[in-house]
Design a protein around this ligand. Structure first.
Ligand code: 3Y8
Ligand code: NAP
Length: 247
């Protein structure tokens, strides 16, 4: 058995620890988006594969027997490529995917379908916006320069398309105390976030509820159907190493 683990999330890091703990042969894959990604207890490869075809070639050349897609729900292109490459090669694929967040009592969420729709949903009047979607899609908000944006990025940015932005450099996972004090200190009025699911990015939503703030929450992009598990333990069952939790 030789597993390719497509990583870049908290769950992927937990999956890597379980695989290493079982002494299974596996490769951990990062896109190479950040300057110094977290070290893993598995051999790591960095960078794209060259589309679905490139991934299929990689799977054949490396003798991969199973693919675990533990990428972020917004890494839709990587997930689409994994579905296509595993169909091409007949190699089994499972997605380790956390369920979307659902609103609870006191949540003031407005759900939108895309990052562009999130920018549209901002008010005309100047506001203090915690724009917690990272770095790659900030240009979608360039048409709303009137707001004061709090940006939380993994690495220091080169140029920013937003004239009034305050940058906090932090990798996460984040906790409630930290996000509460950040949002109080910044006098945040609105939070914009992706519906990432999981625990690593949830704190800002809990803080928004406690502060009575509205949240604009971006639904995750559509990904083709594939077998999925919600926990690394279920994936171990799928791999035949642990209780079969019926993936
Ligand atoms: C490169 C690997 C771990 C993994 C930690 C999780 C938790 C912290 C929350 C906020 C939201 C955001 C962002 C975020 C979170 C975890 C997880 C998660 C959100 C790292 C990582 C890589 C990336 C890529 C990066 C994106 C950016 C998105 C920041 C490592 C830290 C906003 C997504 O500068 C850039 O180019 C960053 C790009 C894709 C989204 C964007 O559009 O900017 N993640 N994040 C992975 C690779 O190269 O393959 O550096 O160690 C992983 C984590 N990010 O093991 O603890 O599991 O969700 N990541 C979002 O959810 O909105 C931050 O600030 O509240
Ligand atoms: P994406 O848009 O779905 O992928 C774009 C291209 O990046 C892919 O086609 C692939 O290139 C390459 N790629 C993506 N993930 C990869 C991986 N794990 N290993 C090797 N190549 C990868 O992906 P993204 O949204 O840029 O996310 C990139 C990474 O950041 C992923 O690991 C993801 O888990 C992590 N992440 C993303 C977010 C987010 O908000 N998007 C949040 C947290 C973590 P080729 O086509 O050349 O193979």
């Amino acid at each position: 058995m030789r597993i390719l683990l497509l990583g870049g999330t908290t769950e992927a890091s937990r999956m890597a620890a379980l695989l290493a703990g079982e002494g299974l042969e596996a490769v951990f894959s990062y896109a190479g988006r950040t300057a110094t990604p977290i070290a893993q207890p598995l051999p790591v490869r960095m960078g794209g594969f060259g589309g679905a075809e490139g991934l299929a070639d990689y799977l054949r050349q490396e003798g991969i027997s199973h693919v675990v897609d533990a990428t972020h729900p917004f890494a839709a292109q990587m997930s689409r490529n994994a579905v296509e490459a595993c169909a091409l090669t007949g190699i089994p694929l499972v997605a380790l995917e956390r369920a979307p967040w659902v609103p609870g009592k006191g949540d003031r969420w407005t759900r939108v379908g895309t990052i562009a729709a999130a920018a549209e949903a901002l008010p005309e009047a100047e506001a203090r916006v915690f724009l917690a979607i990272g770095r790659m899609h900030l240009e979608a908000f360039a048409g709303r320069p009137q707001h004061h944006y709090l940006l939380r990025l993994v690495d220091p940015p080169e140029a920013l398309p937003l004239p009034r932005a305050e940058v906090v450099i932090a990798r996460g996972p984040f906790d409630l105390d930290g996000d509460l004090s950040l949002m109080r200190e910044q006098e945040t009025e609105i939070v914009v976030a992706k519906n990432a699911g999981g625990e690593g990015a949830r704190a800002k939503l809990d803080a928004a509820r406690m502060l009575g703030l509205p949240v604009i929450l971006i639904d995750r992009p559509a990904i083709p159907d594939r077998p999925r598990a919600e926990t690394p333990e279920a994936v171990m069952g799928w791999l035949g190493h642990g209780a079969d939790l019926g993936v």
